[in-house]
Design a protein around this ligand. Structure first.
Ligand code: KE4
Length: 430
């Protein structure tokens, strides 16, 4: 059937009237790829269908949570069975303890973990905890890393050597922004200079150990060790935001892959199996400072809700099957390298970064190792590529600066199909 989006257009017109931008999260509006969003009807395995009946191989997977594919029967059954017993009580359930145990087993740098409802809540709470236990104000983040939309983290690099942060959004108070220092990913000396100047005032440094929000950008050899050394040297806490990379780059996340023990870890996405979730955790002596065991306050009506716990637990159990991550990595590498060889054949410069079950293909002739080099990508060309692939039944992340996510549900046929469509689209847009 040929692609048409009549019903999605009608749905979008209706939504735009009563929901800002017609969406409940900005990236879904597909503005950076120059077209209106399609409205989804359903998903199964590696596929989604929109309300016009178009079928797509889906590489967004709800932005990472659905690493076992859409509507996995075991996950759906776990949610159904749990819901029949009630959807939440505002009181502890054993499901929360079970998921906490699974998380702590996979992340030995953590002795304790607190469940929240989003990645934003996880990183926001981790920052408050770090400031509370160190008594310091400043935090360091990296340009191009995204940690959700709390005020201290919606910050971009300011001009000038001081790299003092400036808000990326109106409404973020300049007072709060001024306590955020923005560094460059993989910039060893820049980070040393920041700590030499401000180290004694820095409560924490937070980073995606493998960046996914400027597209996939890998830490250079020794970079994460350098970050760990500097935080130890100056008494600052190291926070790994593994909301995206947790259970995706490996079962133990990037910290297992790169053998670094952060002081705090933020998780989300996969541990909720597709339902709203976030988590933050770390060493006992730090986490016991969180209310009610300690004075640092953080709370949440639906934190640890049984449905998300059940979906998360079932997802982790599926991921624990032997060979899962080898298979995910093989499929991801096949797709990433396949795309790269097609672009090479067509003389289209691309740089591909790939790890575990995520990758990005940047339309640039430069090596992509930080925000600046990622920004040299041809976003117009990417937008044309996205639109062409969409109309040919492949749903990619709608931005050059996002990651492509593979799941256990993606088949070899899906990958062959995707590469066939990519060759046709790239030939037509180059
Ligand atoms: P949420 O508050 O959106 O659950 O999580 C924020 C967050 C924190 N840390 C990392 C590393 C993240 O990737 C995210 C959210 N990821 C984006 C996609 N890159 C979510 C998509 C969206 O904003 O709609």
């Amino acid at each position: 059937m040929t692609f048409q989006d009549k019903l999605s257009k009608q749905a979008f017109a209706k939504a735009k009237n009563i929901i800002p931008g017609g969406v409940n999260s900005p990236v879904r509006a597909l503005r950076s790829v120059g077209r209106d969003p399609i409205f989804i009807d359903r998903g199964k395995g590696s596929h989604i269908w929109d309300i016009d009946g178009n079928r797509y191989v889906d590489y967004v997977g709800s932005w990472g949570p659905l690493i076992t594919g859409h509507a996995h029967p075991e996950v759906v059954e776990a949610i159904q069975k749990t819901a029949e017993k009630g959807t939440g009580f505002g009181a502890p359930t054993e499901l929360e303890t079970e998921l906490a145990q699974e998380v702590l087993q996979a992340y030995p740098a953590m002795d304790m973990v607190r469940m929240v409802n989003s990645g934003t809540e996880a990183t926001m709470s981790a920052l408050r905890l770090a400031r509370g236990v160190t008594g310091r104000e400043k935090i360091v983040k990296f340009e191009g890393c995204y940690h959700g939309h709390s005020d201290s983290l919606l910050i971009k690099a300011g001009s000038g050597a001081l790299t003092l942060g400036i808000p990326t959004s109106p409404g973020v108070s300049t007072a709060i922004a001024s306590a955020t220092i923005v560094a460059q990913f993989n910039d060893f000396t820049g980070l040393e200079d920041i700590f030499a100047r401000d180290g004694q005032d820095i409560a924490a440094i937070i980073l995606e150990p493998v960046a996914g929000n400027m597209g996939v950008v890998l830490p250079e050899p020794g970079f994460l060790q350098k970050v760990r050394e500097l935080t130890k040297q100056y008494g600052s806490l190291l926070i790994f935001d593994e909301v995206m990379t947790g259970f995706r780059v490996s079962y133990g996340g990037a910290q297992a892959k790169y053998e670094i023990k952060p002081d705090l870890t933020c998780l989300g996405k996969i541990i909720g199996g597709g339902l709203p979730v976030g988590a933050y955790g770390g060493k006992r002596e730090i986490m016991e400072q969180i209310a009610p065991s300690g004075p640092i306050y953080q709370a949440g009506t639906l934190s640890g809700n049984p449905l998300a716990m059940a979906a998360g637990l079932t997802t982790l159990k599926i991921l624990q099957k032997p060979g899962t991550y080898e298979d995910l990595e093989r499929k991801t590498t096949t797709l990433a390298q396949g795309l790269q060889s097609i672009t090479r054949e067509l003389n289209l410069p691309t740089w591909v970064n790939s790890i575990g079950a995520m990758f990005s293909a940047f339309f640039t002739d430069q090596q992509v190792k930080d925000f600046h080099s990622a920004s040299t990508s041809d976003v117009e060309l990417f937008a044309k590529f996205f639109r062409g692939m969409l109309e040919r039944g492949v749903y990619l992340a709608p931005s050059q600066f996002e990651s492509v996510f593979l799941s256990t549900a993606h088949s070899n046929d899906d990958i062959v199909f995707t590469l066939e469509q990519a060759r046709l689209v790239l030939k037509s847009i180059r």
